[in-house]
Design a protein around this ligand. Structure first.
Ligand SMILES: NC(=O)c1ccc[n+]([C@@H]2O[C@H](COP(=O)([O-])OP(=O)(O)OC[C@H]3O[C@@H](n4cnc5c(N)ncnc54)[C@H](O)[C@@H]3O)[C@@H](O)[C@H]2O)c1
Length: 277
């Protein structure tokens, strides 16, 4: 028996990195997981390795209709929806004076608009089930976890566009928590510091990804000097593994967090970037 037996979860950006580890943990606890990613082979490979039946949903979440289709596929495949993890994202960095309109829009699209659309599509499935349970006098907790970044809550030079998208999702989280609390739908954020995925791999090893819908590409990774600074800047002395990062998300998907609501949990090894109000 797992503590999430029979639950149905969507995890966006679960084809690799932190999202993959979140999907694995949810499935290990008994949940059926819809693995959403733009990269089909990666998503299928994650599903093949899950401990419960999973489902891959492949598509660029910023494209019209894809967020709605994702939620519809979860409900059609598993008959309901209980957990939503809005994790898909990437960084397209640059100092404010060089940020293009397309770049700024792309960071808002993936980090704010996509989570909003996924939650709007999920709303009837989460809310109507909760209303029926409330009418029967039963409390059943459902879970929304939105992934933000220390850059979004404290700022980071060179990441004005990324920080804007990751900051807005905190407002979305807190407002939704106030709307959905009465239905026992917990809505929280996890703010990551530095997690050892391709996003922080050495430049040259990390590859490239599409730059929004511009037709261009973004070179992933960070320069060697920045990587060397992580050990000194992070009080715990190193980046987190993706599996360590996923533990924070799992906590907010599990019954252990039923009375945690509208919060931002920093999973950063003590790194704080220093400008929190
Ligand atoms: N790695 C870090 O240090 C770090 C720090 C703070 C926050 N984060 C956030 O954590 C989340 C996960 O990042 P990660 O480090 O695991 O990165 P990753 O690149 O390893 O995984 C992200 C996944 O999201 C998918 N994705 C991106 N855009 C998509 C789109 N438009 N449609 C569908 N799928 C899409 C990618 O294909 C990829 O598989 C992101 O939101 C990221 O901003 C990461």
């Amino acid at each position: 028996m797992g503590e999430l037996d029979g639950r149905v979860a969507i995890v966006t950006g679960a084809g690799r990195g932190i999202g993959e580890q979140v999907a694995r943990k949810l499935a290990a606890a008994g949940a059926h997981v819809v693995v959403s990613d733009r990269d089909g082979a990666e998503a299928e490979a994650v599903v093949a390795g899950l401990q419960t039946a999973g489902h891959a949903h492949v598509g660029d979440l910023t494209a019209p209709g894809v967020c709605d289709a994702l939620v519809a596929s979860a409900v059609a495949t598993f008959g309901g929806l209980d957990i939503v993890v809005n994790n898909a994202g990437y960084a397209w960095d640059g100092p404010l004076h060089k940020v293009t309109d397309e770049q700024y829009q792309a960071m808002l699209d993936i980090h704010t608009i996509v989570p909003f659309r996924v939650l709007r599509a999920a709303a009837p499935h989460l809310r109507e089930a909760a209303k029926a349970e409330r009418a029967e006098g039963r409390e059943v907790f459902r879970k929304v976890v939105n992934v933000t970044s220390l850059a979004g809550v404290m700022g980071n030079a060179g990441q004005t566009a990324y920080a804007s998208g990751k900051g807005a999702i905190v407002g979305l989280t807190r407002a939704t928590a106030k709307e959905w609390g009465a239905l026992k739908i917990n809505v929280n954020c996890v703010a990551f510091g530095v997690i050892d995925t391709r996003l922080i791999a050495p430049v040259g090893e990390a590859g490239e990804i599409p730059a929004g819908d511009t037709g261009g590409t973004i070179t992933l990774g960070v320069p060697a000097k920045v990587r060397e600074s992580f050990g000194l800047a992070i009080p715990l002395g190193r980046p987190a593994t993706p599996e360590e990062a996923a533990r924070g998300v799992y906590f907010l998907c599990s019954p252990a967090s039923d009375y945690v609501h509208g919060q931002v949990l920093n999973v950063s090894g003590g790194l704080s970037l220093g400008m929190a109000g």
